[in-house]
Design a protein around this ligand. Sequence first.
Ligand code: NAD
Length: 429
Amino acid sequence: MTGAGQPIGVIGTGYVGLVTAAGFASLGIDVWCVDIDAAKVEQLERGGVPIYEPGLAELIAANRERLHFSTTLDDAVAHARLLFVCVGTPPTHAGDADLSAVHAVADAVPASSEHALVMKSTVPCGTGRTLRRVLGEQGKGELAYVSCPEFLKEGSAIADFMHPDRVVVGDDGGPAGDAVAALYEPLGAPIVRTDVASAEMIKLAANAFLATKISFINEIANVCEETGADVLAVARGVGLDARIGPKFLHAGVGYGGSCFTKDVSALKLLAANSGYHFQLLGSVIEVNELQKRRVVAKLQRHLGQLAGRRVAVLGLAFKPNTDDMRGASSLVLISRLEAEGALVRSYDPVAEEEARKVMPGLDCAGSALEVLAGADAAVLVTEWPEFLALDWHDVAAAMAGRTIIDGRNALDPQAVRAAGLVYEGIGRS
Ligand SMILES: NC(=O)c1ccc[n+]([C@@H]2O[C@H](COP(=O)([O-])OP(=O)(O)OC[C@H]3O[C@@H](n4cnc5c(N)ncnc54)[C@H](O)[C@@H]3O)[C@@H](O)[C@H]2O)c1
């Protein structure tokens, strides 16, 4: 089994699958994509792109002749040896990772000594061992298995694919791991070769550490509010320490997204299921949940009772440059505000359609100034560039009230205040 230049299969054409497929196609590789969602496959075949990710539509269009889409595995199995598994692993009701899609793929692949399943989906440590046992019981023990977890970030996924910090390849010997490493070699990133269980754990540990960093700075921000310190200065001073680094030290309304929320919970429960109580992660999760709700108390301090007050929510997506609403802090915040009787209106330049799937009754405006018109207060939840470029005099003229809560510490407080508005950030003096 070689790697470089050989066609590959990609099973699951969501954020990870499509970026992986388009990325490898742009390196000159034929990619055979599979998804059980017939509407998605049809849209892709017509040249459409079902998700919002900057640069993805252009990359797919530029490499269209090397990208093939199907609802069945047949073509991928016929043309490719390495089958990249990129299906979703959402949380179960218990908070563990739901591996039913991963198992459905394992059930569907044929017995073959020429193929390898390359797991890009984020799975609990031990999944590779379980899957190989299951495959063995199904008479498919010769199918190779490689763990190759994905680290891309939505919003900058193409750049992350092209310039990864590292590529992790976990296997237990045999040519499949070498083939995966060879495939990634042109990207020039360090390749961490290890066993399957360690590769699985690297992914979970990386996300858990980043989430911990965010919850840490959020708690520092909350203490700053009590003590008169400014978390921006604190984060800068702390982050310049090379042992710590400046990234993921941005205080705000909590982390969201599909990955951090579910992966931190999945690691905590994986530990618990293995007999270990992962205390630290319990706090990381709790701090994050409370952080999403802190804006409610801030608004109450400014407005008093929220019943009947108009609150404008600027941004719905869990971060800018994506339409992904999974785990978005806006969902918790809006629910809490509505529970207090506030009249909530939102605007997001991209994520409204996705948001309506989760919150069908959402009241949305068509522009930032429209959502701000008549509002008693506004909360910045997603730091889309267009919100940072708002003319605050126009905002002040449109709003009925004065309060601006900057849930991402992304606005210029002086510019907001110069327009006669009242600015409050997170952890800012
Ligand atoms: N989204 C991210 O930023 C990101 C980053 C790193 C890792 N991951 C991990 O990658 C995996 C995929 O995440 P995503 O965000 O791309 O998910 P997604 O929900 O966007 O896409 C999953 C796709 O898999 C398809 N699918 C489900 N079952 C299938 C099957 N049996 N056969 C073929 N296709 C099937 C779905 O229809 C869907 O299109 C998850 O495990 C996630 O944790 C995601």
